[in-house]
Design a protein. Structure first.
Length: 281
């Protein structure tokens, strides 16, 4: 579909450009004369260069378009596309955070999908409760297994294989780049965000495949950790980063970015950009 649209745009531009060039040649030849010295004079060449330039630009576009790797991200897209599902009590938080910046653009362009599912919608309780007191006593409430299971069932009903389910918990293994790479190979990834004092153990045993933390500190809920992980995984999905951003990613891996960066102005509050960086300009 996209190929077709791009192709149509190209041919329209090219035919239009060609038409303009022919028109201009006729135009120029009509208004071209030899003056009294026998010198060829073009009388009216308004906008000619611009039109020819437009034509050449569309030809260049076609050449680039024809190169296999130029739009390869589109080809990889169907394979690379990732669906993130977040089971949470605060879906708005997830939606708002991820529909911003690079992940926001990726969602809009369809490179990644996101569904933030409100566990509360699956409560059978008339007050929509999703938690209860812990057996054996203790402080705080525990999230009940049933609403989480119903949300999980809903999310997974059309999936061909059992997906990976990440329970975000400060007791899990600490998330790192190689985990992000591993997760980015999945087609579907489910995050379960806990709240209160925890989640009934039986739902974890039933559906969870990975217990993951984002560091050694305690947060109020799993939403921010889930967003952190989705961000890190998304940027590894083909098409999510644009060419410039990808180049940056490459150099990060090559440790090329381990020196300080500078941009304009040359001097900021008495601090100058190192001379060695200015010499090339
Ligand atoms: Cl995954 N959850 C919570 N609640 N706190 C955390 C965490 C996760 N990772 C670090 N702190």
């Amino acid at each position: 579909m996209l190929e077709f649209v791009l192709s149509t745009i190209f041919w329209t531009l090219a035919i239009y450009g060609l038409f303009e060039v022919i028109k201009n040649i006729i135009y120029i030849s009509r208004f071209t004369k030899f003056n009294s010295d026998g010198i060829y004079v073009i009388i009216a060449v308004k906008n000619q260069e611009e039109k020819i330039e437009g034509f050449l630009r569309s030809i260049l576009f076609k050449i680039l378009y024809g190169r296999e790797d130029y739009f390869s991200s589109y080809a990889e897209r169907s394979g690379g596309l990732m669906n993130f599902h977040v089971l949470t009590l605060f879906p708005d938080m997830i939606e708002a955070g991820l529909h911003t910046s690079v992940t926001g653009r990726a969602l809009k362009n369809g490179y990644i999908h996101l569904s933030a599912v409100n566990i509360r919608d699956y409560s059978k309780d008339k007050h929509k409760h999703v938690d209860d007191y812990p057996y054996g006593g203790g402080a705080g409430m525990v999230m009940q297994p049933e609403p989480i299971y119903l949300a999980y069932e809903d999310v997974t009903q059309n999936m061909e294989k059992k997906p990976r389910v990440v329970y975000v918990t400060p007791q899990g293994s600490v998330f790192n780049q190689s985990m992000a790479e591993e997760f980015s190979k999945e087609e579907d990834l489910i995050f379960l965000c806990g709240h209160y004092e925890g989640v009934d153990e039986r739902i974890l045993e039933e559906i969870v495949t990975d217990y993951v933390s984002i560091g050694d500190y305690v947060l109020t809920g799993g939403e921010l950790p889930a967003m952190v992980m989705i961000d890190a995984v998304s940027r590894l999905v083909p098409g999510v980063l644009n060419n410039e951003e990808s180049a940056e990613f490459e150099s990060f891996h090559d440790n090329l970015l381990e020196h300080p960066q500078y941009t304009r102005p040359v001097e900021f509050r008495g601090r100058k950009v190192p001379d060695v960086l200015l010499s090339g300009h």
